[in-house]
Design a protein around this ligand. Structure first.
Ligand code: UDX
Length: 436
């Protein structure tokens, strides 16, 4: 099939590349000329495991091409994916200006039947609005379909190629059949393609993300309570997660959820309720708890140093919002960095992939370490904010040699309490007893 993807952010790029992998001819459109040039040279503009291999292979086979010309995109594809940004509009709601402006252009340029697919996470009713905007410009037949993505950064290629489910919101049989044909190779394992109306599909995406964010937040509160009563959250998690109704995944406590999806989507769902006079009381609490959780280590660090943080030197391991990505959007590390900088702390930071993005944001306010051990040179404490594998088994002797004070604040519970007792560190983690 011929496919066009408008927007080559992480969703658009993964979608386009993976659809080319099953033999489709894909044309990706982006307004950013320098990015398009880069991609035409075969370079992937983001870090996403396995994407580079597929990218190269499909460009070579001429199944994956890039352009800045929206008209070419519209002429090329039978199916046109919209993978455009829907940022926070400032009041928590999703800003639809990119989606609606592009829809208007589509209305002006469309020459034959097309299926327009909303891939971005958009509020309930957006497919209807997109349809209205296009129809206001043209009489040419078209269908608008909602097809939310459930890709995890770091696993996006795998999630796309082997999805647990495909959700298609469509009220047109013609469009539904085309979408089913497109996705057939990805669900050979028997995983379902679930067809529903557009609004239910749009809400499915928000409900899934809000549920997962709630699950994490619930565990974070249980962890905080564990500390108060002297229980160990790792043990509670194992006990709770063994109930198949609850499940083991997404129960890991930490310093709050981050990233480009959960914080934005939970707020957008909450706001769209509010706009209709409906109060999502549960999400209200989730948002509040997460805001507190991402800074939960700060008062502990402050107390440890008797409120004398000025001119202390602290290392931060992990800057991306989670491992296997260079994405720093809504990363808990950044909230802590801001807070610590405001208290006059000198910071030495290290991340395996996100250093360039952090440099762009903080310039010379931070020391950018060449490796994880360089980061801890002469520091008074180490904060762990992302659970990259490389941080899981450090050389503790080397840490002790390098650090001024052997103090670790671990926001991701990477180490066993017993090991830290044996190694002789002061060790404060989430939902477990402090080792001192
Ligand atoms: C998420 C959804 O999983 C995906 O389906 C959706 O399409 C986009 O949003 P992503 O943002 O890539 O994907 O990250 P995810 O792996 O889901 O983690 C989100 C946040 O939750 C991270 O900050 C992570 O550190 C945190 N998290 C996750 C926890 O704190 N504990 C957990 O047990 C799991």
């Amino acid at each position: 099939m011929k496919i066009s993807v408008i927007g080559t952010g992480y969703v658009g790029l993964v979608t386009g590349t993976c659809l080319a992998e099953t033999g489709n001819e894909v044309l990706c459109i982006d307004i950013d000329e320098s990015k398009v040039k880069l991609m035409q040279q075969g370079k992937v503009p983001i870090y996403e495991p396995h994407l580079d291999v597929l990218f190269e292979r499909n460009i070579k086979a001429n199944r994956l091409r890039f352009s800045t010309n929206l008209e070419d995109g519209l002429n090329h594809g039978d199916i046109i994916f919209l993978a455009l940004p829907t940022p926070d509009g400032g009041d928590g709601s999703a800003d639809l200006s990119y989606v609606l402006e592009t829809s208007k252009q589509i209305g002006k340029l469309i020459k034959s039947y097309k299926v327009i697919v909303d891939k971005s996470t958009v509020p309930v009713g957006t497919a209807e609005r997109v349809k209205e905007v296009i129809t206001a410009e043209t009489n040419i037949e078209h269908d608008v379909v909602s097809n939310p993505e459930f890709l995890r950064e770091g696993f996006a290629v795998d999630d796309f190629l082997k999805p647990e489910r495909i959700v298609i919101g469509s009220s047109s049989e013609r469009a539904t059949n085309l979408m089913k044909k497109l996705y057939k190779p990805f669900v050979r394992s028997g995983n379902p393609i679930i067809v529903m109306d557009e609004k239910s599909a749009e809400l499915t995406k928000y409900a899934a993300n809000a549920f997962l964010a709630t699950k994490i937040t619930f565990m974070n509160e249980i962890a905080n309570f564990c500390e108060l009563v002297g229980a160990d959250v790792d043990k509670v998690r194992a006990g709770v997660g063994s109930d198949s109704r609850i499940g083991k995944r997404f129960l890991f406590p930490g310093i709050g959820y981050g990233g480009s999806c959960f914080p934005k989507d939970v707020k957008a769902l909450h706001k769209s309720g509010k706009d209709l006079g409906f109060n999502f009381n549960l999400l209200d609490a989730v948002i509040k708890v997460n805001e507190l959780q991402r800074k939960i280590l700060i008062p502990r660090i402050d107390n440890f140093f008797n409120q004398q943080l000025k001119d202390k030197t602290i290392a931060v391991w992990g800057l991306s919002f989670k491992p296997e990505t260079d994405d720093i959007r809504e990363a808990p590390a950044l909230y802590m960095i801001d807070e610590l900088l405001s208290k006059g702390v000198k910071l030495r930071v290290f991340d395996p992939e996100a250093m360039d993005n952090v440099k762009l944001k903080y310039g010379n306010k931070l020391y950018y370490a060449t490796n994880m051990y360089d980061a801890v040179n002469n520091v008074d404490a180490l904060i762990i904010s992302t659970e990259w594998s490389i941080f899981r088994t450090p050389n503790f002797s080397k840490l002790k040699e390098n650090m001024n004070q052997t103090v670790i604040f671990d926001g991701r519970n990477l180490y066993d309490i017993d090991d830290m007792i044996n190694e002789g560190f002061y060790y404060s983690s989430i939902g477990r007893n402090i080792v001192q």
